[in-house]
Write a protein that binds this ligand. Structure first.
Ligand code: GDP
Length: 469
């Protein structure tokens, strides 16, 4: 166990008016401190004499013996606790003032105020969780959608840690083989395992690269998919936003060019968040304000993770307008769905024909028929939008996905070192130099799980936590 002498206390449930608030006390003197504040109905029971994982009714009292609140005290002895230290949790009535008073009484009784994230830091320092799991704790708390929650729950249970340890094991194995051959050239020769070592490194590199590449999708899915609705004026962009939103969020008119600024809404389905942005219609215009709107639309499109491009099916279909062609050409290679709108007016046969034609003209993009106003084809569209990310397997996906920026940087450092190793293998560089880069990769990977992390870095990570966690 870490040499961690502090006994700390904080409100773990958030200091707002609520039914119950929870004060957590943790550390070597947690029971002793709690005893000074807790009083049983008969006045004789001591928490420090109770069995682990038991709950006790009583009161919290001030130093002068006056009753502060009615409480339930949970006694949890080390090591089976969140922090692996002795822990007492007091459930008080959830008023802000009463909770503060009980907390103050605990400070007077010898507890110190916990820093943000300090309980989780204790769990880390005491070896119950590693650094990637500690980071996942915060992500679980902050999760805004099902994807973010399930990926951070999986990371909390150690999915990233297991992968990283597996990478490290392989790297260490190869290093050990090389070292053995260098130490004892009479019995081992590097040449005999050169091929297999190279192969192992190549394989581990591929797995590491896959994990690193999962970061982009992971980050987008966690924070919300920035989805921009584009199209010429009157194509039905505001109507589509309203349909997604399920209310009248944007102004819908027959007058082209009414949406001049960007309108944003966050909506959720299939466990994902979509941050929808309606934009000014794309067209050449002399109107100064509209021009700014069009520029903003183009800018938003550049930063988007997904673009919904609307085309009005009732407009002349001889040839698509140059605006549509230019805009879609500039979106090549991006995640984009072309939507043929107002198909309620065009008739089904016409829509099918038109959809086919659009597919031929814009083979890069999926094409769907919808009616934004009547809500036709919207469920299919939603499904398609989700499918563009992680093949739509979000809820039941077992793949480990990296979502933490710091972890991604460490992984990429390790990848760079591995690439050096592979280059040097090819160039026939002496083996002792290979082990230098191998060990660099090993150390960079170690930083993900906190094995090669200096204290100040760990401190910086935990500072970002919320109070009481
Ligand atoms: P925007 O300029 O692209 O935002 O287009 P709007 O959403 O303001 O729609 C322009 C006009 O087209 C409005 O009169 C809408 O009611 C109409 N409109 C939009 N979508 C549909 C649709 O699916 N079917 C029909 N019939 N009309 C639509």
């Amino acid at each position: 166990m870490a040499d961690y002498e502090r006994t700390i206390a904080a409100v773990s449930s958030g200091l707002t008016e609520s039914g119950i608030s929870v004060i957590r006390i943790s550390g070597p003197r947690a029971l002793e401190v709690a005893d000074r504040v807790y009083r049983s109905p008969g006045g004789r029971k001591k928490l420090s004499e109770q069995k682990t994982h038991t709950i006790h009714y009583g009161h919290a009292v001030a130093a002068d013996g006056s009753v502060l609140d009615e409480v339930l005290a949970s006694v949890m002895r080390a090591p089976k606790t969140y922090t692996r230290e002795d822990t007492v949790e007091l459930n008080c009535h959830g008023g802000v003032l009463v909770t503060r008073k009980v907390l103050e009484a605990l400070f007077r009784a010898g507890a110190e105020p916990a820093e943000p994230g300090e309980f989780t830091k204790m769990a880390y320092l005491n070896g119950r969780i590693d650094l990637s799991q500690a980071e996942a704790v915060m992500d679980v708390i902050r999760a805004q959608n099902d994807f973010a929650l399930s990926s951070s729950e999986s990371q909390l249970s150690g999915s990233i840690s297991r992968k990283v340890r597996h990478f490290r094991d392989i790297i260490l194995d190869v290093t050990a083989q090389i070292e053995a051959a260098l130490d004892d050239p009479e019995h081992y020769s590097v040449d005999s395992f050169r091929e297999s070592a190279q192969q192992s490194i190549r394989e581990v590199r591929a797995e590491m690269a896959q994990l690193s590449e999962s970061f982009y999708d992971g980050k987008v899915l966690k924070e919300g998919i920035r989805t921009v609705i584009l199209g010429r004026p009157n194509a039905g962009k505001s109507s589509l936003l309203n349909t997604f939103y399920g209310g009248d969020r944007a102004i819908v008119t027959e007058v082209p060019g009414t949406t001049r600024d960007l309108l944003e809404e966050s909506v959720r389905w299939s466990g994902l968040s979509f941050l929808l942005t309606d934009t000014a219609g794309l067209r050449e215009t002399e109107d100064k304000v509209e021009k700014i709107g069009v520029d903003r639309a183009r800018n938003a499109a550049r930063q988007a993770d997904l673009i919904l491009y609307l085309i009005d099916s009732t407009e002349s279909r001889e040839d698509f307008s140059s605006e549509d062609r230019d805009a879609l050409a500039s979106l090549s290679g991006r995640k984009c769905i072309v939507l043929l709108n107002k198909t309620d007016l065009a008739g089904e046969a016409c829509a099918v024909e038109e959809e086919k034609r659009l597919r031929e003209i814009f083979p890069d993009f999926p094409v769907l028929s919808i009616s934004a106003r009547e809500g036709l084809g919207i469920e299919k569209l939603k499904k398609r939008m989700a499918e563009l990310f992680l093949n739509g397997k979000i809820a039941y996906n077992n793949e480990v996905i990296l979502t933490n920026e710091r972890q991604k940087m460490c992984l990429d450092d390790a990848l760079q070192s591995i690439d050096l190793v592979l280059d040097n293998f090819d160039a026939g560089i002496p083996e002792d130099l290979l082990t230098v880069d191998l060990m660099d990769a090993y150390r960079s990977l170690g930083k993900i799980i906190g094995e090669e992390v200096e204290d100040d870095l760990a401190d910086r990570i935990f500072e970002k936590f919320c109070m009481g966690k």
